[in-house]
Design a binder for this molecule. Structure first.
Ligand code: ATP
Ligand code: MG
Length: 560
């Protein structure tokens, strides 16, 4: 059976719209500042990637592709305390799944620790860095505030030889964590706090996932990142807005060393934020640790692995990243836009099927007991090539519980006592009787008659009734677990976003027999119910588990 997964195989296009970063690059190329474009995606392996990272991935890889340049995948693994191999592996899988290729350019910042150390020695020799014996607390006190300048550390003017000796001994493990740091010697009166002699190396007796016990001093991000970029010959170091105030330091490090003939430039853009979820690895980790989700790949998570498991396609995520665009101002994007991108894609190519989520038994009293008819249904009315399939119909069916009301309001065009509806691509039926559990009053089954003239091709086929219901045949249907999702965070009465404990609902439903043997990770449109995907972790060909990706209707209005 066609699983609707065609889009997974298509080759990634460098589908990225023009933006202000590209205007800058165009100018650089015109003026000859750079001859080629080389970007990088530099995740810190301290958690799983989320949809915000997807935007950065699409921007970096997409920009490189647009200019016929290169993009590296680099792990920014300078902090041994929070980083794990599991995260490295998941990040590699996610970037690949999104459809991007770094060829042989997979790098780790830790592989540059030797060089970074040498460069620090160079800065000390130039009188541009010094070892400070103050504690973190004392350094903070002397740092000043936004309105007051900082004060020099008493160790700031140490002789170069003493700095070299102490820094070597820091590396050799002679000192305890926190007793000394290496600081850049810039300007304690700078209006930019980042320039007030920032710490560039700290002591941490911690093993590292790549370098083991080799190091007990580790470089700080603001010192390490420009070096990582320069070592890899990056031209455009694209990052998020919170680093704008760090740019002078980025440039200072490369300028003072003066050994990189064509140093990279840093360009900042606005982080992606989405409604109804949280987006930082730190907050996502809390959800995992508190058991509010099953794991990083819980289908409710905004992680790439969660979206993949939910049933999102790489193309829909790339399309979303492109439509969101690249801006200089932070803004929050409606999660409905992401859903819209998926819906638009699957509307074009998902196989249509019938599945009943909340089954209610319906018996057609005047239909022969053992008769089975095969009703022809379109596989996808949007795709003329998709063809049709035959779905078995018999005396006992399941319909959706919410498609029947004993005492309906006026505009209820579904089934009710004495009312008629059409069963999709089958007959018109009329509700004659409601069978209830005498003790509880629960509705057990609906008994109907059918009009044998109303099947397609017969004289009564054209007879019109208001409602059309989906159905499956009791003796042919396949039982399935069906999971419906709501947003992970919803607004409370005070307008604050709160964790939504009712964000998952598991149902025992039935699907039409054509779905027998469906492989995990297959996508469908369930008639009237939305888009579903067989769960890549739990669904088995003989024990189907479906995730609802999105309902059919969206609150998103294109062009809004
Ligand atoms: P988080 O706070 O979720 O841990 P981070 O910025 O610390 O995010 P990194 O692993 O350092 O995560 O990010 C790798 C790259 O992805 C960086 O260049 C970062 O700017 C970018 N990035 C992270 N979050 C977003 C986002 N929400 N939107 C766009 N880009 C992002
Ligand atoms: Mg981070």
């Amino acid at each position: 059976m066609d699983t609707g997964n065609k889009t997974n195989n298509s080759k990634t296009e460098a589908n990225i719209s023009g933006n202000f970063i590209h205007d800058i690059i165009d100018r650089h190329l015109e003026e000859g500042v750079y001859k080629k474009v080389h970007t990088r995606f530099p995740p810190e392996p301290n958690g799983y990637l989320h949809i915000g990272h997807a935007k950065s991935i699409c921007l970096n890889f997409g920009t490189a592709a647009k200019y016929n340049g290169l993009c590296n995948l680099r792990f920014d693994d300078t902090n041994p305390a929070k980083e794990e191999l599991e995260y490295v592996e998941s990040i590699i899988e996610d970037v690949k799944w999104l459809g991007f290729d770094w060829e042989d350019r997979l790098y780790f910042a830790a592989d540059y620790f030797d060089k970074m150390y040498e460069y620090a020695i160079m800065l000390i020799e130039k009188g541009k860095a010094y070892v400070d014996d103050l504690s973190a607390e004392e350094i903070r006190k002397l740092r000043g505030t936004l309105t007051e300048p900082g004060k020099n550390s008493p160790y700031r003017d140490r002789p170069i030889e003493e700095n070299l000796d102490l820094f070597r001994r820091m590396k050799a493990g002679e000192f305890e964590d926190g007793t000394r740091v290496l600081r850049a010697k810039i300007d304690m009166a700078s209006p930019n706090m980042n320039m007030r002699d920032p710490v560039i190396y700290r002591i941490a007796h911690l093993p590292h996932h790549r370098t083991g016990d080799k190091w007990c001093i580790y470089p700080m991000y603001d010192y390490a990142h420009p070096l990582e970029d320069a070592i890899e010959n990056i031209t455009h170091s694209i990052c998020t807005l919170e680093f704008e105030d760090h740019r002078p330091l980025y440039e200072w490090v490369l300028d003072e060393l003066g050994i990189f003939p064509n140093p990279p430039v840093q360009i900042e853009f606005a982080r992606l934020e989405l409604t109804n979820t949280v987006m930082s690895k730190r907050k996502l980790r809390v959800l995992v640790e508190e058991g509010k989700v099953s794991d990083w790949d819980d289908p409710r998570m905004p992680t790439i692995s969660g979206l993949r498991r939910r049933g999102y396609t790489p193309t829909s995520i790339r399309d979303f990243a492109d439509r969101v665009g690249v801006a200089k101002n932070n803004s929050v994007v409606d999660i409905a836009l992401l859903e819209h991108c998926l819906r638009e894609e699957l509307n074009k190519d998902a196989q249509r099927v019938m599945g009943v989520l909340n089954p209610l038994k319906l018996v057609i009293t005047n239909y022969p007991d053992d008769k089975v008819e095969y009703m022809e249904l379109e596989n996808n009315q949007e795709d003329p090539e998709a063809g049709t399939r035959d779905v078995p119909f018999s005396k006992e069916l399941y319909i959706e519980r919410e498609d029947f009301m004993e005492d309906p309001p006026r505009k209820f065009f579904r089934l009710a006592p004495g009312k008629e509806v059409r069963l999709k691509n089958a007959y018109i039926i009329k509700c004659e009787e409601v069978v209830k559990d005498e003790a509880t009053g629960d509705i057990l089954e609906i008994r109907c008659s059918y009009d044998p003239e109303t099947r397609s091709g017969l004289p009564g086929a054209k007879r019109r009734v208001k409602g059309t219901l989906h159905w499956v045949s009791v003796k042919h249907a396949i039982p399935a677990t069906i999971r419906l999702y709501d947003y992970l965070f919803v607004e409370d009465e005070n307008g604050e976003m709160q964790y939504n404990p009712d964000s998952i609902k598991e149902l025992k439903g039935y699907v039409e027999p054509s779905l027998k043997g469906t492989e995990a990770g297959s996508r469908f449109q369930f008639f009237r119910q939305g888009y579903f995907c067989t769960d890549i972790v739990e669904s088995k060909p003989d024990d189907l588990v479906f995730n609802q990706i999105v309902p059919l209707k969206s609150s998103y209005k294109p062009g809004k």
